[in-house]
Design a protein around this ligand. Sequence first.
Ligand SMILES: NC(=O)c1ccc[n+]([C@@H]2O[C@H](COP(=O)([O-])OP(=O)(O)OC[C@H]3O[C@@H](n4cnc5c(N)ncnc54)[C@H](OP(=O)(O)O)[C@@H]3O)[C@@H](O)[C@H]2O)c1
Length: 269
Amino acid sequence: MNKLNFANKWVLVTGASSGLGQEMARQLAAKHKANLIIAARRKDKLDQLKAELEASHNIQVKVIVADLSVHADVVSMIDTCLADGQLYGAILNAGITYFGRHKDLPWEQTENIMKTNVNSVVYMTSRLIAHFEQANTEAGVMIVSSMAAFFPVPYQAVYSATKAFIMAFANALSVEIKNPALSLSIYAPGGIATEMTEGKNFNDLKGWLMPVGQAATEGLNAFISRKQVHVPGFLNRVGNVFMNFIPRKFILKNMGKVYYKSLLKAESL
Ligand SMILES: NC(=O)c1ccc[n+]([C@@H]2O[C@H](COP(=O)([O-])OP(=O)(O)OC[C@H]3O[C@@H](n4cnc5c(N)ncnc54)[C@H](OP(=O)(O)O)[C@@H]3O)[C@@H](O)[C@H]2O)c1
């Protein structure tokens, strides 16, 4: 399969108003000369990014304001993206977490995490894959999961489960694809320094976080090379393999201790 080439092609990036999505959008414009459809809830941030990228890189940017926890917004966003048949690639990156005791997480927020991280991703992926299968053109879709999909993180139980769900879904679906020029990739980073990990609950864990520029570059390279699953960072990859040889209960217990310590420290501030 040819590598993806984004020059003068349209690429959708969800969750482009901050963090990994914003940085991937910047790099897609600057290094890869892609035209972009950028989506999120915060219109001001998206408008700012559009102005910055169009002024600097001689590309076009369309803004879609959508709340991906609301199904009607997800449907309308995908309808808009597919309407003119020009879409070449999509990075389904938007996601939210909760770091704390599961018992303290209200049901409404739990449901919101699942709707944003799972329902919207399954819907968007299904529509995009069906579209590119029918068009039978060169294209790529990448979903952003997490290393938490391999080893669930205590105190982020719902988040970890959503990331495992979409990884399993995309892995299985990728095998059903018939278009030989279409790929469905999964990006599974460890911790990244973004708005998601800015809160004080993460204070103790900040030393582990990957700079967002590096996470974006590795993600785009994996997407371009149509990797099935990619974990960024050599140490993350080694750790991921190594953990398969350690009893799961031991890993969970010790990971729980580390996250709980960070939580307790934040609560004592
Ligand atoms: N940071 C990490 O340590 C880490 C590690 C592994 C995987 N990831 C994954 O990487 C992806 C990006 O996260 P990040 O670290 O860059 O976090 P971030 O800086 O908080 O960015 C999250 C993005 O998702 C958008 N978003 C959230 N809820 C939304 C909704 N209901 N509708 C539309 N857009 C929504 C946000 O935009 P608005 O608020 O403007 O809507 C924002 O642009 C997520 O899927 C996350 O799970 C992150």
